[in-house]
Design a protein around this ligand. Structure first.
Ligand code: PLP
Length: 1004
């Protein structure tokens, strides 16, 4: 027989009072009054009348062992050793435990303690403050108990929630759903507690800090009493037991958990394992309460009071079963300042490093997209439409575009009780955890990664997912999951749970309104780092107040979709920008394409417009090492935060950069003037040449463009000969382009190059003499605006010779062709075995930052030093030099000159193959490295340039996501000069689209 079965002591209070006065000296000559206190198995009496203090006398159950009671006294004395805790434990007044013989002649041990006067936790109105105080004192008690160990504590005890296997025998005391809850809890106990028990830190515990053993005064805990259940057990038993009572009195679990567990953790750090078992222990303790009560009820079927006290325990266990145990773990981890999902940051990093496949047969970034809002200001929900109407509204809004429903959008559409937060009934789950992609019904869906079918289920309720697939992806022993909701029923037939799925494999098709939970056809796509305890569904919305936790359970699906961030954040629409631009900006700034592109961001070789559409950039040679290069950006920022000034002060970075830059030139070219633009560079070069030669005349190539300044418009036939141009000035002399197909002399002519050289010789000799001398000859080695025409071998060498015979300077304009673009050499002039007197640099030099330069010989630079200072406010400032340096760093690090050669050769080869197939349309593929031209003609006739076809081609390829431009005197040349990070895949894509375009043309 145990203390639970033995009747409590039976006493006569008055007789006992006499006994007390007789045996304890401090009650002598006092008029003490005894009154009964609650106790299940003992008799406890409150003693008043001894001064202001009150005492309690505990007459123990006759079956209680003396050793156990002595143990409790030792325990209390140990706890009172801690100054912070002393006050909350009763003081032991007796020196020795005495025995009282009750009316049934049984020996009952008697102990006398001070009485802690306050309200029981169960009976008091508890605030945040009370809960925090409870958490703190429980933790301090746990700490103090670490250093206490006695054999008596090591025992088996039915109220110990760390082992409830014994309750299995009693499950038949329950029926229906109650029985199911008990069974479920016992099973969860096995998984979350019993199997983890070895990992839980054990120590002596209080064993029963329930709401009737905790004393409260003024919202503070002032006492822990009753040590009769003290047991060696998992340390967190006490926290779990307290919670199994404290949570009964609260609606907002989250707040109470944060108060109690959060504060507990501040003073006693919970381990991962403690947190893993906490909910299991709370529920286990409730099962014990319920089983004990059921047993009592069976014994005393008429006692209605018993079922009333059970009600709170049932309510709590039901509510706790609505909380996913893994979600609870994540919440408690967060409360304890741990990552809600353990190792989340590492896992996310790993996940992000994967190469994901497309979800659809098309690439999501190659189509126009629109955001479909379901938030409170959504115009789609304005009239509170039925789902059927909403389906129509969405369809009308999207037309042919693809709709994107937002991750983390707080939505107005989740209204049923199903969406009430399990941890706080005053809050709802209404923040979207996936991305919705509105596409046509029956659109096939493909897996973005290798994986396995983990869940395949028809969540066949209105507003649910309908047919749903969840895939498991294992990456280096970490599991990730992806969810595909609102599918058609086809996947349910064609897939099997456990089936392995390859990246790119079909996993289902978009369902229609009837089967997909009554939504507009779309895919709900979600990533999960844990499946939690789900078996056939998964929450697609979470609570806003717990969003930081949900973000780790379901990170942004855009990790896989890779829609550019700017698509989601852009607030200003194209039409508005265009209108304002027309208002503010001068009209002769042209805009590409008849339907202008509103670009929001660019990275590497790609642009992204306001519809989240990706464009492969084949024309922006300024973004030489790729758009938005991080290294270049960081160099700019860090130098800008340090020092930016002009060249009148000393700073080292200008030397560092010029050293590196000059190393790329032949030795003679060893002096630099820094400027800000290509035009400035050419203008300065012209000044230097005029100063050096004291001459005025300038020689240029036909169709050349050298810049926009007054002086350079004069040197640019591309400008002065076209619309708005004033024609050629007398001091400017133009050499014919040695165009091998459309020039005066072509490849067909014998020694055709010599004919151009001879003509140049004639012009030079005829026009320039001592009186009317020549200052310089400006040239590009590949004529950009001339239509990407490479100057033929030997041509430049001869012209340079002729120019030098007239004591004039040769000025190589490398603004477009420089910095490794031509692949085989760093500078395009090097292809021609010449060393110019002056080289001008620009565009790619700063990857978009305005830095340019003039490089020349010492002799020429010295001559220019004629007394007039050369000062340039911004040219060569430290920030620009840092940027220039970083561009060279990236070029070296990523071997971009070599890349230009390899990828350029691949491009030329592929284009020449296309040319062979379409000689009717293409006369010539010209250029070097990644500076290429495609010359388009009519009917295979070299002499009939085809600008119409060129415009059509660039517009058509724009629709495919490729940006190109046209150039040349007839605008019939497709110009290709992409950032040097361009790769062979990019080339193949462009070539296949050109090929398809030409095939289509052929059909017409
Ligand atoms: C060959 C050439 N030189 C000079 C310039 C002028 O450079 P910027 O626009 O930086 O003044 C350009 C610009 O397109 C160019 O292509």
């Amino acid at each position: 027989m145990s203390v639970f079965d033995e009747q409590p002591p039976i006493i006569n209070v008055s007789a006992f009072s006499h006994w007390l006065i007789k045996n304890y000296s401090f009650f002598k000559s006092k008029n003490i009054k005894l009154s009964r206190l609650n106790s299940e198995r003992d008799v406890n009496l409150l003693i008043k009348g001894v001064g202001k203090k009150q005492y309690v006398v505990k007459i123990s159950n006759p079956k209680e062992s003396l050793a156990q009671l002595e143990y409790q006294d030792l325990l209390i004395n140990h706890l009172r050793l801690n100054i912070k805790l002393r006050k909350i434990y009763p003081k032991i007044l007796h020196k020795k435990i005495l025995f009282y013989i009750d009316r049934n002649k049984r020996r009952c041990a008697v102990r006398v303690l001070t009485y802690i006067d306050g309200n029981m936790y169960a009976k008091s109105k508890n605030s945040d403050h009370t809960e925090k105080s409870l958490g703190k004192l429980l933790a301090l008690q746990s700490n103090q108990l670490k250093s206490f160990i006695k054999n008596q504590a090591i025992r088996k005890f039915e109220w110990d929630p760390s082992d409830i296997r014994w309750t299995k025998k009693f499950i038949n005391l329950f029926k229906g759903v109650n029985k199911n809850i008990i069974i479920k809890t016992i099973n969860e106990h096995e998984k979350f507690v019993f199997k983890n028990i070895k990992n839980l830190k054990h120590a002596v515990t209080h064993g029963d800090p329930n709401d009737y053993n905790i004393v409260v005064k003024k919202e503070k805990i002032i006492g822990f009493i009753d040590f009769g259940d003290s047991i060696y057990a998992p340390v967190i038993n006490d926290l779990a037991i307290s919670l199994s009572y404290a949570l009964m009195g609260t609606k907002n679990f989250y707040k109470s958990l944060k108060n109690i567990v959060g504060t507990y953790n501040e003073f006693y750090k919970l381990s991962d394992q403690d947190i893993y078992s906490l909910l299991g222990l709370i529920k286990s303790r409730l099962v014990i309460t319920l089983v004990m009560a059921a047993k009592q009820r069976k014994k005393y079927p008429d006692n209605k009071y018993l079922s009333i006290s059970e009600k709170n325990a049932w309510d709590l266990i039901y509510r706790l079963h609505k909380v996913d145990p893994y979600f609870f773990i994540a919440v408690i981890r967060d409360i304890c300042n741990l990552e809600p999902i353990s190792n989340f940051s590492k896992k996310l990093q790993l996940f992000k490093s994967q190469q994901f496949g497309n979800l659809f047969d098309f690439e999501l970034n190659n189509v126009n997209k629109k955001i479909v809002n379901f938030n409170k200001s959504s115009f789609l929900l304005k009239t509170n439409p039925s789902n059927k109407k909403l389906d129509n509204l969405v369809g009308k809004f999207l037309k042919k575009d693809i709709g994107i429903g937002l991750y983390k959008e707080k939505r107005k559409v989740y209204k049923s009780n199903h969406y009430i937060s399990s941890l706080n009934p005053f809050k709802r789950r209404d923040v979207h955890l996936g991305i919705d992609i509105f596409v046509e019904e029956n659109t096939p869906i493909k897996s973005p990664l290798n994986g396995k079918v983990s869940i395949l289920h028809n969540n066949n309720f209105k507003y649910d997912y309908g047919p749903t697939v969840i895939l498991e992806h294992k990456i280096k022993n970490h599991k990730f999951f992806t969810l595909y909701g609102h599918l058609s029923k086809k996947c349910l037939k064609k897939l099997k749970v456990g089936q392995m799925i390859k990246k790119g494999q079909w996993i289902g098709e978009i369902g229609n309104y009837k089967v997909n939970g009554n939504w507009s056809p779309h895919l709900h796509f979600q990533i999960m780092t844990s499946l939690m305890n789900e078996v056939d569904n998964f929450p697609g919305v979470g609570e806003e107040y717990l969003l930081h936790i949900w973000e780790q359970i379901s990170p942004d699906p855009n990790i896989i979709l890779q829609i550019p961030e700017s698509f989601f954040t852009n607030k200003v629409k194209k039409e508005k920008i265009l209108l304002k631009r027309k208002k503010n900006i001068a009209r002769n700034l042209s805009i590409s394409y008849s339907e202008p592109l509103h670009m929001l961001e660019a990275k590497g070789q790609f642009f992204y417009d306001e519809q989240g559409r990706k464009y492969l950039d084949c024309v922006n040679n300024i973004s030489h090492v790729g758009h938005s290069n991080k290294l270049v950006h960081d160099a700019l920022v860090s130098q800008n935060l340090k020092l930016n000034t002009n060249t009148r002060y000393l700073y080292n970075i200008i030397n560092e950069y010029s050293d590196r830059l000059l190393k790329t030139f032949p030795k003679q070219l060893n002096k630099i003037f820094f400027v800000c633009t290509g035009s400035e560079a050419n203008d300065l070069a012209l000044r230097i040449a005029k100063n050096y030669t004291k001459a005025q005349n300038v020689l240029v190539m036909d169709n050349a463009y050298h810049g926009h300044t007054n002086s350079l418009i004069d040197l640019s036939p591309y400008k002065f000969n076209s619309k708005g141009g004033e024609g050629k000035k007398d001091y400017v002399h133009v050499l014919r382009m040695p165009d091998e197909i459309r020039g005066k002399w072509t490849k067909q002519n014998n020694k055709w190059i010599n004919k151009y050289i001879d003509e140049a010789k004639e012009i030079i000799n005829k026009n320039f003499n001592k009186k009317n001398s020549l200052s310089g000859f400006f040239f590009e080695s590949i004529l950009g605006c001339g239509g990407q025409i490479e100057l033929p071998k030997g041509y430049l060498k001869n012209i340079v010779k002729l120019v030098r015979q007239k004591n004039a300077l040769c000025i190589a304009d490398e603004v477009q062709t420089g910095f490794g673009r031509v692949g085989s050499n760093f500078w395009a002039f090097e292809e021609h075995e010449i060393v110019p007197d002056i080289v001008t640099l620009g565009k790619p030099m700063g990857n978009g930052h305005p830095i340019a330069a003039v490089v020349t010989t010492k002799k020429i630079a010295d001559t220019f030093n004629n007394g007039m200072e050369y000062f340039n406010s911004f040219g060569g400032n430290p920030v620009s030099c840092a940027v220039g340096n970083a561009v060279l760093d990236v070029m070296e690090k990523d071997n971009l000159q070599k890349n230009s050669k390899i990828v350029g050769d691949h491009f030329l080869k592929n284009l020449r193959n296309i040319q062979k197939k379409f000689p009717n349309y293409i006369s010539k593929i010209s250029g070097k490295g990644l500076f290429i031209g495609i010359d388009l003609i009519i009917n295979g006739n070299f002499l009939l340039p085809n600008p119409k076809l060129a415009t059509k081609l660039i517009n058509s390829l724009r629709l495919k996501g490729i940006l190109l431009s046209t150039d040349g005197p007839y605008n019939n040349v497709i110009k290709i000069k992409p950032p040097l990070v361009f790769n062979k895949d990019n080339v193949n894509f462009v070539c296949s689209e050109i090929y398809k375009f030409l095939i289509n043309e052929d059909k017409k």
